[in-house]
Design a protein around this ligand. Structure first.
Ligand SMILES: [Zn+2]
Length: 84
């Protein structure tokens, strides 16, 4: 029961940038769905990378939208199912 009350099962997609040093994804803290992201004009920005502790340039072309619900359901599917 750690889920806060009032939070519905809404889709939370987040924007991630790439760390070219570690190959990991950088959480930009921006919540956006794929449809809204597609409508954005091209942009270039800088973001602090917690993985290698330096700044990276990122842009609309290198960013990706990650659906938090999809990653969660994938994790559930990868769990071994109990068999009888
Ligand atoms: Zn990095």
């Amino acid at each position: 029961m750690s889920r806060p009350a009032g939070e519905g099962p809404r889709v939370v997609s987040k924007l991630f940038a790439d760390c070219l040093v570690t190959g990991q994804m950088i959480d930009t803290g921006i919540e956006i769905d794929e449809a809204s992201f597609a409508l954005l004009p091209a942009f270039v920005g800088k973001i602090f990378c917690p993985h290698c502790a330096s700044e990276h340039e990122w842009s609309k072309e290198t960013a990706h939208v990650v659906d938090q619900n999809k990653t969660q359901s994938r994790a559930i599917r990868e769990m071994p199912a109990p068999r009888r």
